[in-house]
Design a protein around this ligand. Structure first.
Ligand SMILES: Nc1ncnc2c1ncn2[C@@H]1O[C@H](COP(=O)(O)OP(=O)(O)OP(=O)(O)O)[C@@H](O)[C@H]1O
Ligand SMILES: [Mg+2]
Length: 237
């Protein structure tokens, strides 16, 4: 399929993520102001903008980790306002891969179990889940680190482990917040290849929060935030 046929298909497909007029504030700090964003199958959407503009808040709202004060969020076709936290957790675990900006590995848990966790929580067999986790760790260059605990890792190693865990369930939608910020240039390129592969799979899509222009340039679309609002939206390919 050529590019324009691809984008025609994306334009008609059911969105994997739809935010409509979402606003949020922390105490008196407004973080999002009437932000709308639609992500369809096959798309990689970069969310960019200066520090503090609301990128992480947007990602947490999209993932149902934070309930916005106004507006609505549909994730994988489900209205998040209509789901309680256990239902949102199941939806995330089964269909969404999430790489957060800070500390999401469970302390004192071996890396291989940290990465296996999404499978184990779904009732996966311990041995098979650990084998899958070791494979996932090998894909991010951490084949030797399965028995390490998070505090023994460098920032970049922890980030790669978080990527392995986000991808272990083969999610349809990947939400990643500065996923390569702690990696060197080669590591970042490899990790981005892996992350963006989610959108190359049938029906998948990626939201990539990044301040890195090289990473943003890999997206199909860029949504730039400023002071909690969408400042500009550009089609890149
Ligand atoms: N838990 C919180 N409590 C209070 N204010 C917060 C909290 N989290 C974020 N903020 C504020 O909300 C605004 C948006 O923050 P957010 O973390 O979404 O920005 P960001 O674009 O991800 O920044 P960065 O690029 O530095 O990661 C900022 O003004 C920030 O200070
Ligand atoms: Mg952030």
């Amino acid at each position: 399929m050529n590019r324009s046929a691809d984008s025609d298909a994306a334009a008609t497909a059911e969105p994997l993520l739809a935010l409509r007029a979402v606003s949020h504030a922390y105490a008196r700090t407004p973080a999002l102001r009437e932000v709308s964003l639609t992500v369809r199958p096959g798309e990689v959407v970069a969310v960019t903008g200066p520090s503090g503009c609301g990128k992480s808040t947007l990602l947490h709202v999209a993932a149902g980790l934070l309930k916005p004060h106004a507006g609505d969020v549909h994730l994988l076709g489900r209205d998040l306002a209509g789901l309680d936290e256990p239902a949102r957790a199941v939806l995330r675990r089964r269909e969404v891969g999430i790489v957060l900006q800070y500390g999401q590995l469970v302390p004192d848990m071996a890396l291989e179990d940290n990465v296996a966790l999404p499978l184990l929580l779904e009732g996966g067999d311990l041995g098979a889940s650990r084998t899958a986790a070791r494979d996932a760790l090998a894909r991010v260059g951490l084949e030797q680190a399965g028995t390490a605990v998070p505090e023994e890792l460098s920032g970049g190693q922890a980030q790669r482990a978080a990527i392995a865990r986000a991808l272990i369930t083969s999610p349809r939608l990947l939400l990643a917040d500065e996923p390569v910020a702690s990696l060197d240039a080669v590591g970042a390129q490899d990790a981005l290849d892996l992350l963006l592969s989610v959108a190359r799979r049938d029906g998948g899509a990626v939201v990539l929060v990044t301040h890195d222009n090289t990473a943003a340039a890999l997206a199909d679309r860029e949504v730039r935030l400023r002071d909690g609002s969408v400042e500009r939206e550009s089609v890149l390919r």
